[in-house]
Design a protein around this ligand. Structure first.
Ligand code: NZQ
Ligand code: ZN
Length: 387
């Protein structure tokens, strides 16, 4: 087992009507609030009005319109400007992972005099960040319980994961009823995202029985409850368990003591959504089985066998190669069965820029250190197989 030094300081307030505690929580941080949100879903579900009513004695500045795959320009830059001009005390992020990720970059940028891109690219280490409180409306990324944010820059085709312990939300409000209105497409993408977060931690060199079991249980739960959410979007129990699974996805709790896998599918997907602005979870679902096929070898066989038996219930008496093949097929078939387009062409990505993307990924994502090291040629082959 590897050494680790671990802390997750985020308070989770989970369940129906969790935001009854919002006023008390916010009072601890000051009066001037930057309220961040996306394209309007929070207005449709009545959450915007409820938040405004609860916080009527606060001074609220708003940053609306944060897009999926949140953009540095305008959203991060505009948010930083608003924080500085209005002497904001605390950011309240209401929405999905994109709104929260953008809020994290704003929180750090607001406490820095230079260009916030310096922080996101680690040219400069942030010395402080504004506190962030969030009300999550979409189960997927785990941003509500981690210290990362992923920011896109369209002029350079960059999509960068910005990680800093200063960026943990101080409080995350998780009310599963707010996810009832999430579309089929986004629900399926959320399931795929959280499953891939788990797979990225399960397929590693050095793992433990404890972590393997935790990951296997996560995957089974996400498949069972994810399906129930799609069949009945207002199934509270299923939405709640899916939400909690997603929350565990990215804060390392599934892999404490494991060696790092380098998160290869994320490294590849981030370029896809940087170049083509596709939905993150869909890109991951397309890449995952092709990456699995690519890395299957004598060396990785036992991992696939364990995955196949414990996650999909494949007959342990079968030959190992057959179990592994069935496990990869089952992964593909599950994603397909929940309605995810399983080819890059279906999400608008043709062969034209695969070389450029493979190079971009090889140069920027450090996948030569992945669980199974990936060269530019490997990445290109995975992309071609995904077409
Ligand atoms: O913009 P609005 O109108 O709010 O609509 C959003 C958006 O169109 C909609 N939505 C959100 N809550 C809803 C809802 N629609 C109806 N009812 C609701 N209750 O869903 C759409 C997608 O929202 P978005 O926030 O983009 O989705 P998600 O939470 O999946 O976030 C994806 C982003 O997170 C990054 C991804 O790369 C991507 O940029 N990630 C962040 C991570 C992290 N911070 O730890 C880890 C992940 O691996 C991931 O990379
Ligand atoms: Zn992800």
């Amino acid at each position: 087992m590897q050494n680790f030094d671990y802390m997750t300081p985020t308070r989770l307030v989970f369940g129906k009507n969790a935001i009854a505690k919002l006023h008390d929580v916010m009072t601890g941080f000051g009066k001037r609030v930057l309220l961040t949100y996306g394209g309007g879903s929070i207005k449709k579900i009545g959450l915007y009005d409820r938040v405004k009513e609860i916080l009527k004695d606060f001074e609220i500045t708003e940053l609306p319109g944060i897009q999926p795959n949140p953009k540095y320009d305008p959203s991060v830059l505009e948010g930083v400007r608003l924080c500085k001009e209005n002497h904001i005390d605390v950011i309240l992020s209401v929405g999905g992972g994109s709104v929260l990720d953008c809020s994290k970059a704003i929180a750090a940028g607001a406490c820095y005099d230079g260009d916030p891109w310096d922080l996101i690219t680690y040219k400069v280490k942030a010395q402080a960040a504004l506190p962030i409180v969030d009300i999550l409306t979409l189960a997927a990324t785990g941003s509500e319980y981690d210290c990362g944010g992923v920011i896109s820059r369209t002029d350079t085709n960059d999509k960068i994961g910005y990680i800093d312990p200063l960026l943990f939300p101080v409080v995350s409000f998780l009310d599963p009823t707010y996810t009832f209105s999430v579309s089929r497409k986004q629900t399926a993408a959320g399931i795929a995202d959280a499953m891939n977060h788990t797979i990225e931690q399960y397929f590693a060199e050095d793992t433990t029985l404890l972590n393997d079991g935790f990951c296997e249980s996560m995957l089974r739960s996400l498949m069972v409850n994810g399906r129930k959410c799609l069949e009945n979007p207002e199934d509270y129990t299923a939405r709640a368990e899916m939400m909690l699974c997603c929350t565990y996805g990215c804060n390392d709790i599934l892999s404490l003591g494991n060696s790092s896998s380098g998160w290869p599918c994320h490294g590849i997907e981030h370029a896809l959504s940087a170049y083509y602005d596709i939905t993150h979870g869909e890109g991951l679902a397309i890449i995952t089985p092709r990456w699995m096929q690519h890395i299957l070898s004598e060396h990785t066989l036992d991992r696939f066998v364990k995955y196949g038996i414990n996650v999909f219930g494949i007959d342990a008496a079968l030959p190992k190669q057959e179990i592994a093949r069935k496990a990869i097929d089952a992964t593909y078939e599950f994603f397909e069965s929940i309605g995810i387009p399983m080819h890059l062409r279906e999400v608008g990505i043709g062969p034209e820029r695969l070389d450029e993307m493979a190079r971009h990924i090889a140069v920027n994502e450090g996948l030569e250190n992945a669980y199974v090291p990936l060269t530019e040629k490997d990445i290109k082959e995975i992309l071609v197989a995904s077409l």
